[in-house]
Write a protein that binds this ligand. Structure first.
Ligand code: FES
Length: 106
């Protein structure tokens, strides 16, 4: 099972064993990770699941699609490595992924 590490804006790390096929957002909700509210339930319509993807995983995670990109325009403090975690599907390839939640979501 791939391990995803969620990091708070203050540096607290939470490594979690994730299931392939679920999203980074779903795994966070199931494990009560703070900072990911997912108000829209994963429909790419709220941007409250905004995370920063660790640079070394940017290629594997890929770029946001058009709908996600336009939703990211509503998120605060967007950076080049910003993604909506409900749009990142977990696979073995993402084992070791580290994502940081923005300070504005705490
Ligand atoms: S959960 Fe709403 S955009 Fe991701």
């Amino acid at each position: 099972m791939p391990t995803i590490t969620y990091i708070d804006h203050d540096g607290t790390e939470r490594p979690i064993e994730a299931k392939n096929g679920e999203t980074v957002m779903e795994t966070a909700i199931k494990n009560s990770v703070p900072g990911i509210d997912a108000d829209c339930g994963g429909a790419c319509a709220c941007a409250t699941c905004h995370v920063y993807v660790e640079e070394s995983f940017m290629d594997k995670v890929g770029q946001p699609e058009e709908m996600e990109q336009s939703m990211l325009d509503f998120a605060e403090n967007v950076q080049a490595n910003s993604r909506l975690s409900c749009q990142i599907q977990i696979s073995d390839e993402l084992d070791g992924l580290r994502v940081t939640t923005p300070e504005s979501q705490h």
